[in-house]
Write a protein that binds this ligand. Structure first.
Ligand code: MN
Ligand code: MN
Length: 467
């Protein structure tokens, strides 16, 4: 017979905030569901390393589920499934609800771009009979982490006639890969006196792409010529075509189980595909909702959301405005009544570097999806600070649906900081809070998340859409 709880234990249970470790409290069945969900997530990671590939993946999946391209002039009936592909780099997925649009939309927004090394507009050069690509890093990276890591090249080359050539090289077993070289320690003594931030500089992130000359005659730049000849034969492109290309060097590693217990996933680009995938799966599982539900998968978050495929542009607002117009409704009212989960990652507590977090307000692996009331830096600058009213609504939603969740800040006060798309959604007069998955080694070529947290993100978005 179990011992009766003491008065102290009972009072603690009643008054203390409970943030259980999902790995200890969930049933075997629920853990198996989480693992199975993550199999799908890992396949997505391997297929969609960059925003264009993520949009392609989503369009294909949406169409297979009966989603149709958005027609701005059409009035959609309840239950209709539509998508809006914004320039191949961001996508809006929507299921029309039974209630009037003016009662608001249930919106989740995640980003599908991740930190990486972009090729410069004129990238190819030869030096000492080696061919290299000049890169310009995209997003916030610790540059030294990106050397001596096998890299793949993804993206598109658009020729003058408008023809789009897709590039994906370095992922197939038989493909070549690329690498940024670094100094050997024997000759790195001066380099190692540099600060860590300066250890490898932006102009030192040069991608090695070739070493054999085209021929043995005396003409210069034969190695470069050989590379251009290979690119011409494979992609029918010339050096000038790089000017109208978006080529992104990303880590070539595949998503893998991490740990003897296989409880975690190591991969490139968890930030923010680890929220984008669950938010998309949640809307794909939504049929005939009460409110109109939208998942927006956006681009450009890692460089500040600027650009017409980022959420600091008007594409989402215009999408909602056109939906409202077709229904004869005022879109200002729709936005004002809209509620949004800004789905982005938070930093997971790392026992090796405890000093940058404040333990009471940190996110922990396996403690579930993380609510982040505000991000920003230096006294809550550059963020949307979610209201107490909206926080109450969301924690009640998660509790009612038995979603394991936790609440965290992004690091200790003045330890640094960062932002998400939440502030751009708040700027539209939408109620918004950040909710996402904690990540170890965020923005590194290989990031780590917990499988249970990924699954809890899915459960959270699903409950939000079903409300
Ligand atoms: Mn992010
Ligand atoms: Mn990020």
């Amino acid at each position: 017979m179990a011992q009766e709880k003491t008065q102290t234990e009972l009072l603690k249970e009643k008054l203390f905030m409970q943030h259980p470790n999902a790995a200890a409290t969930l049933s075997k069945e629920e853990i198996a569901k989480a693992d199975a969900f993550c199999d799908g997530y890992m396949a997505f990671l391997n297929e969609a390393k960059i925003e264009r590939e993520a949009v392609q993946y989503m369009v294909k999946k949406a169409e297979s589920l009966g989603y149709v391209p958005f027609d701005r002039d059409k009035k959609y009936e309840a239950g209709a499934k539509i998508y809006f592909n914004n320039r191949g780099k961001s996508i809006v997925l929507a299921v029309i609800g039974k209630k009037a649009l003016s009662e608001g939309v249930r919106l989740s927004a995640a980003h599908i771009d991740s930190p990486r090394l972009d090729l410069k507009p004129s990238p190819l050069y030869e030096s000492s009979e080696l061919a290299l690509f000049k890169t310009h890093y995209y997003g916030g990276i610790k540059k030294y982490q990106w050397t001596t890591v096998p890299m793949a090249l993804h993206g598109a080359v658009v020729k003058k006639n408008g023809e789009v050539i897709r590039v994906n090289i370095g992922e197939d077993e038989n493909d070549p890969q690329f690498v940024v070289t670094d100094l050997l320690p024997h000759l790195g003594q001066e380099q190692m006196k540099r600060t860590l931030a300066d250890g490898v500089r932006g102009e030192e992130l040069n991608l090695l792409v070739g070493s054999r000359p085209f021929s043995d005659d005396e003409a210069g730049e034969q190695v470069k010529l050989n590379i251009l000849n290979i690119l011409y034969e494979k992609y029918d492109m010339t050096e000038a075509d790089f000017l109208s290309a978006e080529l992104e060097a990303v880590p070539a590693a595949k998503a893998r189980d991490i740990g003897f217990d296989r409880s975690m996933i190591g991969a490139y680009g968890h930030d923010d595909k680890v929220c984008a995938y669950p938010a998309a799966e949640a809307i794909f599982a939504t049929e005939n909702p009460e409110y109109t539900c939208i998942t927006c998968l956006t681009d450009k978050e890692e460089i500040g959301s600027d650009g017409n495929t980022g959420l600091n542009s008007s594409y989402l607002r215009f999408f909602i405005a056109d939906l409202a117009k077709a229904n004869g409704e005022n879109y200002h009212t729709v936005l004002r009544n809209t509620k949004c989960l800004s789905a982005d990652v938070n930093a997971a507590f790392d026992p090796t570097f405890p000093e940058v977090t404040e333990k009471t307000n940190a996110a922990y692996l396996n403690k579930g999806v993380t609510i982040t009331k505000y991000t920003g830096s230096r006294g809550k600058s550059g963020t949307s600070d979610a209201s107490a009213e909206f926080m109450a609504e969301i924690r009640s939603l998660l509790d009612e649906n038995e979603v394991t969740w936790q609440c965290a800040e992004l690091g200790a006060v003045d330890a640094g900081g960062g932002g998400t798309v939440a502030m751009y959604l708040a700027a539209l007069d939408i109620d918004v809070v950040d909710l996402g998955v904690p990540v170890l080694s965020m923005h590194a070529p290989f990031e780590v998340v917990s499988k249970l947290d990924v699954y809890m993100a899915y459960r959270a978005f699903k409950a939000f859409f079903e409300r």
